[in-house]
Design a protein around this ligand. Structure first.
Ligand code: HAM
Length: 424
C-alpha cells in the first residue's frame, strides 16, 4: 500500500452515491419498518436476492431496448470470466429466485417484498442517483384485476401512512402481445412523419420500441408525441375488460387516480396495467413509485407460465417528501473517576446493556464535572455516577437529567427503575 494520502477526489463518495448518516438512518429505519409491517399485513414475505446477477438476467428481463440495459448498467467481467451486473432493479431477481427454488410449488402465497440498493449509471441530479434504494413488491400467480387494484391501494396506503399527501396516482394499460403490435405499427407510422423533429434517441426507438417515445424527457419529443395515437383505442377485448375492472376495483377502495394513456414506463416487460405515483411538487425526477403487470417474464426466462404484478418505490425520493423526525433516544451516561470506578463502570455498563438499556461509557479521561457536561450535551436521560466511595459501598447514584432528581441503590435496583421508567 502506498503511504501517499488519497487524492481529494477519491476521498469523496463515488459520484451519484451517498452516505446515510446517523440521524438520517433513523428516518430510513422508520420508513423500512412502516413498509415491511404494512406489506406483511397484506401477506407479503421478504425475499433477499444478491446484489449481483448474471448480466443476461437483466438483458432478458429488464429488456434489451430499455435505457437501463442499453446505457445504465454497472457491468463487469469477474475473475472467472463471467459477465456480472450490479442489479439496476429487483424484479428480474425475484423471478429468477422463484424459478431457481421452485417457490411456485410450495403452495404458499407468492407475495414478496424487499428493500435495498439498486445501481444505474445515469446522469446524477436531484432525486436521481447511481446507487439508490428501492422498496420493491411483487405478487405472482394472480391474474385477476382485483390484485392490480389491491397493489395500487397498498402503495397508496404506504404513502398515506408516512404522511405523504402531495401525490397523484396515474394508471394505464399498455396492452398485451396480442394487441400491442398493431398499436406499435400505427405509432411507427406517426413517428416516421415527424422523424426530423425527434431526438436521435427517439429516432432509434421508432424501430426498436416506439412506445418509449412517450416516456422521453426531451420536451420537443414529448410535444410531438402528444399528437400520436393512444393505446386505449387499440386494446384487445381482454385488455380493455381487465383495465375496466382494475378501475372499478380501485373505485371501490376509494384511492384517487387519473388514467394517463401516455404512461408507458421505462421497462420492456409490462403487459396490461401500468401505474406510477408522482410527487406533485417533485420537479424533473417526480416519480416516487412505479410498477405494473408483467405476465410473460417468468415464461420468457424458461420457467413456468406464471403472471405477475409489482411496483418499486424510490426510497430517497420518498424520504425527501417526508417530515419525519428521529425519536429522541433515552440512554444512560456513566460517569466514573479513578481506576476502581473505571473497572466498575465497565462491569455495570455491560450489565445495563444486557438488561436492554442503551448505555454510553467513554474513556477520554475527563474530570467528573466535564463528564456531566458531556452527558448533558449528548442528551442523556440518566447519569450513573461511579466514584471510589460508591465502589466501596456497592451503591451508586442515578440522576434523572430531565427531573433533576437523584436516587441511590444497587445496580440491580437502578436498572429496574430505568426499565420501569422506559415503559411509561
Ligand atoms: P422504475 O420505474 O425503474 O421501476 O423504478 C421505480 C422507482 O425507483 C422510481 O419511481 C423512482 O422512485 C426510483 N428510481 C429509479 N431510478 C432511480 C434513480 N436513478 N435514483 C433514485 N431513484 C430512482 C422499476 O424498477 C421496476 N422494477 C418496478 C416494478 C416492480 N415493476 C414491477 N415490479
Amino acid at each position: 500500500m502506498s503511504s501517499d494520502p488519497l487524492p481529494k477526489k477519491e476521498l469523496g463518495a463515488v459520484k451519484g452515491t451517498h452516505d446515510i448518516l446517523p440521524g438520517e438512518v433513523e428516518i430510513w429505519r422508520k420508513v423500512e419498518a412502516e413498509a415491511s409491517g404494512l406489506f406483511e399485513r397484506y401477506g407479503y414475505r421478504e425475499l433477499r436476492a444478491p446484489i449481483i446477477e448474471h448480466t443476461e438476467l437483466f438483458e432478458k428481463g429488464t429488456g434489451e431496448t430499455s435505457d437501463i440495459v442499453t446505457k445504465e448498467m454497472y457491468t463487469f467481467v469477474d475473475k472467472g470470466g463471467r459477465s456480472i451486473t450490479l442489479r439496476p432493479e429487483y424484479t428480474p431477481s425475484v423471478v429468477r429466485a422463484i424459478v431457481e427454488h421452485r417457490l411456485d410449488l410450495l403452495g404458499t402465497p407468492m407475495r414478496y417484498y424487499y428493500i435495498g440498493p439498486m445501481f444505474r449509471y445515469d446522469k446524477p441530479q436531484k432525486g436521481r442517483y447511481r446507487q439508490f434504494h428501492q422498496i420493491d413488491v411483487e405478487v405472482f400467480a394472480e391474474k385477476d384485476p382485483a390484485i392490480d387494484a389491491e397493489i395500487i391501494e397498498m402503495a397508496d396506503t404506504l404513502l398515506r401512512s408516512l404522511g405523504v399527501t402531495e401525490t397523484e396516482t396515474l394508471i394505464n394499460s399498455v396492452g398485451c402481445k396480442a394487441c400491442r403490435p398493431e398499436f406499435s405499427k400505427e405509432l411507427r407510422t406517426h413517428a416516421e412523419k415527424v422523424r426530423e423533429g425527434l431526438c436521435e434517441d427517439c429516432r432509434r426507438k421508432i424501430e426498436t420500441n416506439p412506445l418509449r417515445i412517450f416516456d422521453r424527457k426531451v420536451e420537443a419529443c414529448r410535444g410531438l408525441a402528444k399528437d400520436f395515437p393512444q393505446i386505449t383505442g387499440f386494446l384487445c377485448e381482454e385488455c380493455r375488460d381487465h383495465f375496466a375492472k382494475v378501475r372499478s376495483f380501485l373505485d371501490l377502495t376509494g384511492v384517487s387516480y387519473r388514467v394517463e394513456p401516455n404512461l408507458v414506463r421505462g421497462l420492456d416487460y409490462y403487459t396490461k396495467t401500468t401505474f406510477e405515483v408522482i410527487n406533485l411538487s417533485g420537479g424533473q425526477q417526480n416519480a416516487v413509485l412505479g410498477g405494473g403487470r408483467y405476465d410473460n417474464m417468468m415464461k420468457d426466462f424458461g420457467g413456468p407460465d406464471i403472471c405477475a404484478i409489482g411496483f418499486a418505490c424510490g426510497v430517497e425520493r420518498l424520504i425527501a417528501m417526508l417530515s419525519l423526525q428521529p425519536d429522541p433516544r433515552k440512554f444512560v451516561y456513566v460517569v466514573h473517576a479513578g481506576d476502581a470506578a473505571k473497572a466498575k463502570a465497565v462491569e455495570l455498563a455491560r450489565m445495563f446493556r444486557c438488561g436492554g438499556v442503551e448505555t454510553l461509557l467513554e474513556f477520554a479521561g475527563r474530570g467528573f464535572k466535564s463528564q456531566f457536561g458531556r452527558a448533558n450535551k449528548l442528551g442523556a436521560a440518566w447519569v450513573l455516577i461511579i466514584g471510589e466511595d460508591e465502589v466501596a459501598k456497592g451503591e451508586f447514584l442515578l440522576k434523572d437529567m430531565a427531573a433533576g432528581t437523584q436516587i441511590a441503590g444497587t445496580p440491580e435496583s437502578l436498572l429496574a427503575s430505568i426499565v420501569e421508567g422506559n415503559k411509561s
